[in-house]
Structures are given as C-alpha cells and as structure tokens.
Design a protein around this ligand. Structure first.
Ligand code: SAM
Length: 295
C-alpha cells in the first residue's frame, strides 16, 4: 500500500469506513516530495526520538519511523487508531497514543516511553507535524510556554500563522505569537506549500516552518509568565496606544503608574505595541517588576 497514492488512500479509508472531519483539521498529505522535504528538514538520525502530532493515516509517521529510534504519534481521532495499526504494522519503533495533543506533558511522555534507553538523561526530542490548523497557535504556545525539552520542531502550519511566527516589529503580522516564538526559538519559514499536496484541499495556504529551541533567551527575563502577560496585555487592544492598552488590561496598575513605568523603560507612551521590539518589552517588564516589588 502506497499512502501517497490517491487510489490506495481511498481504498484504505473505504475499508475502514473513514470520512475526513473538517472540525479535526483532517487534511492528509498525499505527496511524496513534501513528505521527503519534511523528513530532510527534521535531520533525523537513528538515535533520535520524534514526536508527531496528528499522524492521521500514518503517511508521514511511516517515513519518520524509518529514520529515527522512537516515534511517538499522538492522535485524537479514535477512528484513526485501527487505520494506524494497519499502516504502521511494520514500524516496531512507532507507538500511537490516542490523546489530545493540547493536554500532553511532552517531557513526561518521552521519559515514560524511552526510559529503557537512557534512564538518567533529560531526553530531548524532535516535534514533527502537519498540524491540525484549528489548534496551531494554542499547541505551539503549549509547547513553548511549558518549557518542554524539544530541540526543534518542523511543522506545517497555515501560511498566515507562519508569517505571524516570523514577523518583525512594525509589520501587520507582528504580535504576541511572534514574540513568544522568537523568544524561545529561532524560527524560519522553509517553504510555502501548495494546497494540491493535501486531501481534502485546505481552504487556506500552508507553509513549512522550522523552530529551533534557543540555548539562551535573547533578553534577560526571570519570570516568563509575567513577561508574556505584559505582552498579551499590550497586544490585547491592537489599535490603541501602548499606554491605553496596558491601562485597560487586568495587570492592576493605574494609567499614571503605567506612564511612569513606560517612560522609565525609555519608551514614548503614545507608541503602539506593534512597533516595540523584544528588548523594549524586556525593559518594560523590568520596570513593571520593580514597580510591583515596591508597591
Ligand atoms: N499527519 C497526517 C498527514 O500529514 O497526512 C495528518 C495531518 S492532519 C492535518 C491533522 C491530524 O491531527 C488529523 O489526523 C487529526 O485527527 C489530528 N488531530 C486533530 N486534533 C488533534 C488533537 N487535539 N490532538 C491530536 N491530534 C489531533
């Protein structure tokens, strides 16, 4: 069975009486070239542990399994489990986990599934996925904000989300997602991907993105939770000035106090959040923390 052959895929789905569900973001890859590109970009070797989010029919999973030591594939749709048992029957190193990718503690999962191999080592792993688009942003944030120990991610996302992840200050795509992705990782758009490589075809354009976890954050921040609550508050009211967005937030600081924090950080309060670079948000954070410590 060739999972990039439309006939084989239709036959597999018919035998299992399976219909794609739009609400689960089920747009399956049926193109050998894009699968090869994903595998190449993931730079897998025989010692690697890979985590795939949403294996679907197992098309990408099979190829990942050929290149790495362990592949853990997390699939929410129960109806896909018997299909995966069939398509991955010969991949002894593949484990299908029927669960919601948004609820997984990835470090615990990897530790649990690979403890026979390196019992005492904090194990890193690679995340690879053609993501279900309805959860792209929460899933990326879940992986980043919980500080999970993945080394890199190669993921297919909506083109618009790929632009937001990699956007620079002063552009329309720049926002809280850009700052989070660029704080934790080095992010790069590898290529735009045609709708023709999926069945059914998605309504939006796609792009393949690589995120490499940074060894060191680009700015000094001890309390990332507070740092990102300031960033989220600043972008909460996009067209407002920085001072108005922050004063209308739930951070519990008055407009006058924000004015003094913003000025101490060397920023003009009438600037808009989308103009601020990560170093300016770090300065804002520093003076906010100092203010909270003293009042
Ligand atoms: N990897 C396959 C491929 O490339 O052909 C399928 C990718 S498809 C875009 C997304 C997959 O994620 C589907 O199989 C879908 O059922 C699954 N999925 C959707 N929501 C999920 C969730 N919350 N947790 C885990 N898997 C999920």
């Amino acid at each position: 069975m060739e999972l990039t052959s439309l006939n084989d895929v239709r036959d597999l789905m018919n035998r299992h009486d399976f219909r794609c569900q739009k609400k689960l973001g089920q747009n399956f890859l049926v193109d050998a070239n894009i699968i090869n590109t994903i595998i190449k970009q993931a730079e897998l070797d025989e010692l690697d542990i890979a985590v795939e989010i949403g294996p679907g029919l197992g098309t990408l999973t099979k190829k990942i399994a050929e290149k790495c030591r362990i592949i853990l594939a997390i699939e929410l749709d129960r109806k896909l489990v018997p299909i995966l048992n069939e398509t991955l029957a010969f991949a002894d190193n593949a484990t299908v986990i029927h669960n919601d990718a948004l609820k997984i503690n990835y470090d615990n999962l990897v530790k649990h599934c690979s403890s026979n191999y390196f019992p005492d080592k904090k194990q890193d792993y690679k995340v690879i996925a053609n993501l279900p688009y309805y959860i792209t942003t929460p899933l990326i944030m879940h992986l980043l904000e919980n500080g999970f120990n993945f080394s890199d991610m190669v993921v297919m996302v909506q083109e618009e989300v790929a632009r937001r992840m990699t956007a620079s200050p002063g552009t329309k795509d720049y926002g809280a997602l850009s700052l989070a992705v660029q704080f934790y990782t080095k992010a790069k758009i590898l290529k735009k991907v045609s709708k023709h490589v999926f069945i059914p075809r998605p309504e939006v354009g796609s792009a393949l993105v690589k995120l490499q976890r940074r060894e060191k954050y680009p700015v000094a921040v001890d309390d990332t939770k507070t740092f990102f609550s300031i960033i989220r508050a600043a972008f909460g009211k996009r067209r407002k000035t920085l001072i108005n967005a922050l004063s209308n937030s739930t951070l519990g600081v008055s407009k006058e106090q924000w004015s003094s924090i913003i000025k101490s950080a060397g920023i003009k309060p009438t600037r808009r959040s989308e103009e601020l670079g990560i170093d300016e948000f770090a300065a804002l954070y520093e003076f906010y923390v100092e203010y909270r410590a003293n009042y």
